[in-house]
Design a protein around this ligand. Structure first.
Ligand SMILES: *[C@@H]1O[C@H](CO)[C@@H](O)[C@H](O)[C@H]1NC(C)=O
Ligand SMILES: *[C@@H]1O[C@H](CO)[C@@H](O)[C@H](O)[C@H]1NC(C)=O
Ligand SMILES: *[C@@H]1O[C@H](CO)[C@@H](O)[C@H](O)[C@H]1NC(C)=O
Ligand SMILES: *[C@@H]1O[C@H](CO)[C@@H](O)[C@H](O)[C@H]1NC(C)=O
Length: 808
């Protein structure tokens, strides 16, 4: 009773805070105004919001800016102020603007934790959040962008926003660069940075510490020379390089498009665009796109070709510097000219086409010359090793000259450029030589043609054979080679194993492109999982929703059957909620997000997907968490599709997991969308209480978790259910609402349970909820024992399936 009094007091206290601190609706903080935790400012058109936030998996508080419009789906933070100095207590922390013109964050002891600086003093400083996501400090009456005292676009964290200039001002010597987060839970500067390096001709570099990890090449007037794919059509791209500054930026053509460039904590550059239909960020490209984007993988004069094995080769007319090392796959020493250069002899420039231009660290440029002029200038100085056109946007214009070895070249068959490399004159191709070459080419082409015909024949046969499996046709799912998966999982090594599902082990793997995957491998010996395997391929491949786990492909080769999923670094929900220490990482807002996410995923299955699917095995261990702790429903091995207007069906094969199965399903084998709703209800109560339904123990009674919750609810003591770590936060009405929704979902009669549509509504609205009736199976132990002895359901085979699915 004491605890509930305390909580009621807390509730009253919270609501009083709520009344006295309404969320700020303006886009600026005026002089001496204080912004406290819980208050925010919003840009004038409502695109961005600034306030306190905690990254997922952390309870530290930071000041940050995020997209306001997509906040119902995901909190995407684009900038962090006090990234190195988080606050743990924000009870009296404030953000304030003061004279002469600074914005500062003060902790609860009134100490400045973070502050902007200014070189001048103004009468009436304000901080304003612009609709571009730029936070600026300026004089209240000044509207000239040049007059900002300070702006966040000059101090970005990991995100390059439209309108932000990434680069260097040569006058002020101020450099604007991206700096990755340490990890998803910690915005402190990590290992990676991304800048426009002005040494030589400027180029975009990703660095790990001080060493270059990836390079996209110099700007060629249209794009960066090593751009993997066409530029996104959303935007105009700008690269400005003059005496005063060098910068790269992009601007939106249609301002309602959301797109950003992010440097991830593992050093990847990602271009993301928001897709309104799916309510998630789509990765337009990821750099490094493949192994060939690893900086200097093939050494000097080596050329990386991702379609070749091995990927590294020497440029034509070049040979490995150390043949033995090279053949062993150690390419770091690179290649040298077959005929060494002698500065006293005559040279020619040989053209190499369709490549990503080499590192421009040791380069010089001229913006006006023609290509012929470039050749003449380069030929005059023996240390000039190569030249190319500087700007290909409108014919060839200007020159880029390289001095010293050429490093970090890759083949780009479609988007590469030409470079002219200094060679001994004996390497010039003679007329006669080229004739012989032509004949050779003819002969080679003929044999190639024959080979291709043969290959297509083999492929045809192979495909026919595969058709028998009837899986690819059903699903249009990418098929992975066994060798690819073996390599990715380190030959299914024990250290890569991340779990043991009902039908076999699950491994973590990394594809050559760097993508992390989870591989579910069907036990070779058992035939048991085959139906479930097929089931999963058929259903999940057709489903796409941000709260469903994504299947990337499958692999069937000989005895091996595997499913390849996106990798979920945070494992499954049960590893959090049922773990004393890890459950502390989930604060209430996160838990509530998870409940809502699962609800939306299930609603999609029941109502919005083309198939109308009943999952039949929803439980905490089948909800996976991505890096941002977004829940994703997984394991469709038992799912069933029902016709569009049908709500359910009957089966003799009762499969599922104890503790989550509804009474009508266990006893009569009737499954419907409402049996999923039941499982959802159990899950909600488990999340709120951080206790398992099955195996729940209470000293006062013999009830399971549902019974316990029901008892408390009837006695108006629901708050006692709430797990301590969650109770810290001021969200008690949301918690009580979730408990009641959970109870409504587990009601005895299926017709009394709400549909997932109503559940989603009930969770998000403030409307009055109906009173819950008695739950089904609140003394599960007894009823279930009865059911087990009844002959309708439990043939011994089914029991095996049931136990298999319940990995305790
Ligand atoms: C915080 O410090 C400032 C100046 O140091 C002072 O003017 C102000 O009164 C202090 N506020 C509190 C609440 O102590
Ligand atoms: C402001 O601080 C940054 C570092 O935080 C520094 O690079 C810059 O020179 C400072 N500017 C002024 C005007 O003091
Ligand atoms: C901008 O994009 C929005 C949403 O994609 C679209 O509805 C609108 O028509 C577009 N406006 C223009 C001018 O293309
Ligand atoms: C060749 O160019 C390099 C780099 O610009 C320069 O240091 C060197 O003096 C030049 N040599 C001659 C002979 O002009």
């Amino acid at each position: 009773m004491k605890a509930s009094f305390f909580l009621l007091f807390l509730l009253a206290f919270c609501s009083s805070i709520h009344k006295t601190l309404p969320t700020t609706k303006t886009d600026l903080i005026s002089t001496n105004q204080l912004i406290k935790d819980g208050e925010t400012i919003v840009s004038s058109r409502g695109t961005f919001e600034l306030g306190f936030f905690s990254p997922s998996g952390s309870s530290n508080r930071y000041i940050g800016i995020w997209y306001k419009q997509i906040l119902p789906y995901v909190q995407t933070v684009v900038w962090v102020a006090n990234r190195e100095k988080p606050l743990t207590n924000t009870s009296s922390a404030v953000l304030k603007v003061s004279k002469p013109g600074t914005l500062a964050l003060l902790n609860d002891k009134n100490e400045t934790i973070w502050s902007t600086n200014t070189s001048r003093s103004v009468q009436n400083p304000v901080a304003m959040l612009l609709d571009t996501g730029n936070l600026v400090v300026k004089d209240a009456k000044d509207d000239y962008p040049e007059d900002f005292l300070w702006q966040s676009f000059h101090f970005p964290t990991d995100t390059h926003m439209p309108g932000m200039k990434l680069g260097k001002n040569f006058k002020t010597r101020h450099e604007v660069y991206l700096s990755a987060w340490k990890n998803n839970n910690d915005p402190a500067p990590g290992e990676f940075t991304r800048n426009i390096d002005p040494t030589g001709y400027p180029q975009a570099l990703t660095k790990r510490g001080t060493s270059v990890s990836a390079r996209i090449g110099p700007w060629n007037g249209l794009r960066f020379s090593g751009s993997p794919i066409p530029l996104l059509e959303c935007c105009h791209f700008h690269f400005i390089f003059n005496k005063e500054e060098v910068y790269y930026s992009f601007s939106l053509i249609n301002s309602s498009v959301l797109t950003r460039l992010v440097l991830t904590s593992n050093g990847d550059i990602q271009r993301l665009t928001w897709v309104d239909r799916t309510k998630r960020w789509n990765i337009y490209y990821n750099l490094p796109a493949d192994n060939c984007d690893t900086y200097s993988l093939c050494g000097a004069y080596g050329s990386c070709d991702i379609d070749n094995t091995p990927t590294c080769g020497c440029l034509e007319k070049f040979i490995a510097k150390h043949t033995q090392q090279w053949e062993k796959g150690d390419w770091s020493e690179g290649c040298v000219r077959r005929t060494p250069l002698d500065c006293n002899k005559e040279h020619v420039f040989r053209k190499y086409s369709r490549i990503k231009l080499p590192d421009t660290k040791h380069s010089q440029y001229d913006k006006t010359m023609t290509l012929e002029g470039c050749r003449q200038v380069c030929s005059r100085n023996c240390s000039c090793t190569a030249y190319s056109s500087l700007d290909v946007s409108n014919g060839d214009k200007g020159c880029l000259f390289w001095f010293g070895e050429l490093i970090d070249i890759r083949k780009l068959p479609e988007r590469g450029q030409d470079i002219y490399i200094r060679m001994d004159s004996s390497e010039q191709e003679s007329e006669a030589g080229s004739k012989i070459k032509k004949e050779k080419i003819l002969a080679v082409s003929f044999s190639l043609l024959m080979a291709m015909i043969l290959l297509s024949l083999i492929m045809l046969l192979y495909k026919r054979k595969r058709k028998k499996l009837k899986l690819k046709e059903d699903s249009e799912l990418p098929v992975f080679q066994l060798s690819t998966i073996t390599r990715a999982t380190n030959n299914f090594s024990e250290s890569n194993k991340i779990g043991e599902g009902g039908f076999g082990p699950v491994y973590k793997g990394v594809l050559e492109e760097g993508q992390e995957i989870a591989v579910k491998r069907l036990s070779r010996t058992s035939m048991q999982g085959l139906d479930e395997y097929k089931n999963e391929v058929i259903y999940i491949a057709k489903l796409q929703h941000r709260n469903l786990v994504r299947l990337l492909g499958c692999c069937i080769q000989g005895e091996e059957k595997m499913l390849i999923y996106e990798y979920m670094p945070n494992k499954s929900l049960n590893s959090y909620i049922f773990d004393k220490t890890k459950s502390k990482l989930l604060d209430w807002p996160k838990s509530f997000d998870i409940i809502n996410g699962i609800a939306r995923g299930l609603l999609y299955l029941h109502q919005d997907s083309r198939l109308r699917i009943i999952h039949r095995d929803l439980k905490a261990s089948n909800v996976l968490l991505d890096t941002d702790m977004n829940p994703k429903i997984s394991d469709f091995g038992l799912a069933r599709s029902v016709a569009g207007n049908e709500m359910g069906a009957k089966t003799r094969n009762v499969v599922g997991t104890h503790g989550y199965m509804s009474p009508e399903y266990v006893i009569d084998g009737i499954f419907s969308v409402k049996s999923d709703v039941f499982s959802f209800g159990v899950l909600v109560l488990e999340i709120v209480s951080c206790k398992r339904n099955r195996g729940f123990f209470h000293q006062d009674h013999n009830l399971n978790l549902l019974g316990h919750v029901w008892k408390l609810y009837k006695e108006d003591r629901s708050l006692e259910l709430i797990d301590e770590p969650l109770a810290d936060s001021c969200h008690i009405s949301q918690m009580l609402r979730s408990i009641q929704v959970g109870l409504l979902c587990v009601q005895q009669r299926p017709d009394d349970r709400p549909s997932m549509f109503s559940v989603v509504q009930m969770l998000t609205n403030e409307s009055l909820l109906p009173k819950a009736k008695e739950p089904g199976f609140f003394t599960e132990r007894n009823i279930f024992d009865e059911a087990k002895s009844g002959s309708q359901t439990a043939s011994s085979k089914n029991e095996v399936t049931i136990t298999l699915l319940d990995p305790r």
